[in-house]
Ligand binder design. Sequence first.
Ligand code: ADP
Ligand code: MG
Length: 684
Amino acid sequence: MISSIMVTSMDISVENIKGVGGAKAKLLKKVGIETVLDLVTYYPRTYNDYSTISVIVKLMPGTVCIKAKLTSIAGRYVRRGMHITEAIATDDSGSVKLVWFNQPYRATSMKRGEQYFFVGEYGLHGKNLSISSPESELISDMPINAARIVPIYRETKGLTSRLLRSLISQGLDCIDSLEIVPSTIQKEELLLPWKQAVKLMHFPNTMEDIEQARSRLAFEELFVLQVASLLNKNELKGQHSLSIAFDEKLAKKFVENLPFKLTDAQRRVVWQIYKDIEKDEPMNRILEGDVGSGKTVVALMAALMCIASGHQVVLMAPTEILARQHAETIYRLLEPIGMHVSVGLLIGAVAKNKKQILKEMIASGRTKLIIGTHALIQDDVTFSSLGLIIVDEQHRFGVEQRRTLQKKAGHMPHVLHMTATPIPRSLALTVYGELDVSILDAKPAGRAPITTTIVSPNSLQPMHLAIKKEIEKGRQCFWVCPLITESAVLAAKSAEKVALELKQSVFKSMRIGLLHGKMKSAEKEKIMHDFLDHKLDILVSTTVIEVGVDVPNASVMVIQNADRFGLSQLHQLRGRVGRGNQAGMCYLALSDSKAVSKRLRYLEQSNDGFKLAEYDLQLRGPGAIYGSSQHGALDLRVANLTDVVLISRARSSAKAFLDGNPDLSEYAHLNVAVLKARSVTNLN
Ligand code: ADP
Ligand code: MG
């Protein structure tokens, strides 16, 4: 969080606030609040509008707010474990009954004769009209729980919105202003002062106040992000990398020998890359392309040129299965052009002594192409002349992992990131602000579409029959489960159990294999090969096959307990089929018939990875891009990455500002915030 590293009165611990002792501090820490700044930037989840005060005689059923005198109050036990507090509240127009259940403190915490605001549900409770369990607050000029638009927070046990309101309102009284956005820009953009905006987020006077405050604070977050990414970009510009000569003959020969014709999109992107890597300034490019759009061959063509000019290439893949597959693809595609490249496969399964030899080969420069998973690349590998790093499925890697690798090169290698979590270009420019973006916007021709169907557990038969038919036609099927083995706690299906079940079902005559991450590497490899060679009809698997796996003959994907997976994950899984020229089918099997969601319906209807990614972004926030599990993921509290207009405003402000102020040291708050953002988002 940006907040916890500020150096001013912001840094003071929440324990300095009245009413926050050890126990409350612990509760607050659970939701990430340690300092007063954390507290006041814990923004509401939503608001309730209690700004209208009703007159008692005119009360209508529903949530109401009244301003009245407490004329009587008394509590009693109606039976064991059931306490009731009844009170009468009176205003100029009349009286109303108030009732609380099992809140015996009410009778002592409020005083007869005092004026209060009460907010609660008015209606028929039992035989009488009353307000049920109202919240109360002594009347004042500045109420925080009633008679206004009231903030509602994310709550946890013991940490109620009511408590938070009280703490935040105290916090707001004692913090200094924290202006991150330089004052010139504040003026140009007509931004509210920071403190006023924060106050209005919690205690707005009108609904418009919330919008204005939100957009002010969102601008600030985006501005910081943009400054960070522009600085990242500038930093790269001055660096030196190896110039990779373009060999037209070789490129032509490679293309002519491919088993397919490159799409126009692939040609365009390859060309962009060749132009980039010819320079001695590092390329930092991201290749976005939906699942199955053919990114691998693009990466290979970049690698080819680099190797031909005598330098090394590292290809990072997120899984062992994918790393192996890449190694094989490369071998298959280079063989016909008579290129014998020494490929090193650096994965966990390689024996220790072999690994040592491999590392020596890499260090001496004899091994030109190194394919590996992140675990091993972090190891003590050194290079002789690393020209290019390709990161497949970029979103699966942490920033640190990429950076470690770059440091090993001793200079700045060219970097090509690839991702199948595509986002629209306008967004890409924000989140990957320091990267150049290439997009494969068309899939290879002749791809038949994938039909996606949601299946409820009590209507599996038609699915089984359709799959059987498909297998009898000579096609293959992936059957993905969320678990490896049965779990006593989780109700989801396990791969082991499904494999057994299928062997006793309509599929009993089929060849069924099982694949999961806990298997030995050699076993995994064998099963994967058997499936690829069509020695298996059905591959029951965990999500180890989620990314990248390419078996063109597989046309059916069943995803067991689909409701348990994220949207982009489901799209990735679905992308394992329909890669050849026959139509693909994807079945989303529900945990139970009620588990169907808007998300799954969306997936059923849309095959467009770009649209899905945008939808996912709206649902899940920026974590979807930077990797939510990653330590220090981007913490945007207010900004919405789909707000293109605000983003572009922030970007042009950031540009103009940096042009005039290349050095941020005079802007202490901005500097701290930008450093933090760079440590999270830097894809250099
Ligand atoms: P992704 O972009 O998801 O990584 P891949 O690179 O794995 O996709 O490509 C998917 C499949 O499409 C592979 O079988 C690949 O050989 C094939 N392919 C790639 N480019 C073309 C093309 N231009 N025409 C036909 N098939 C292609
Ligand atoms: Mg791929």
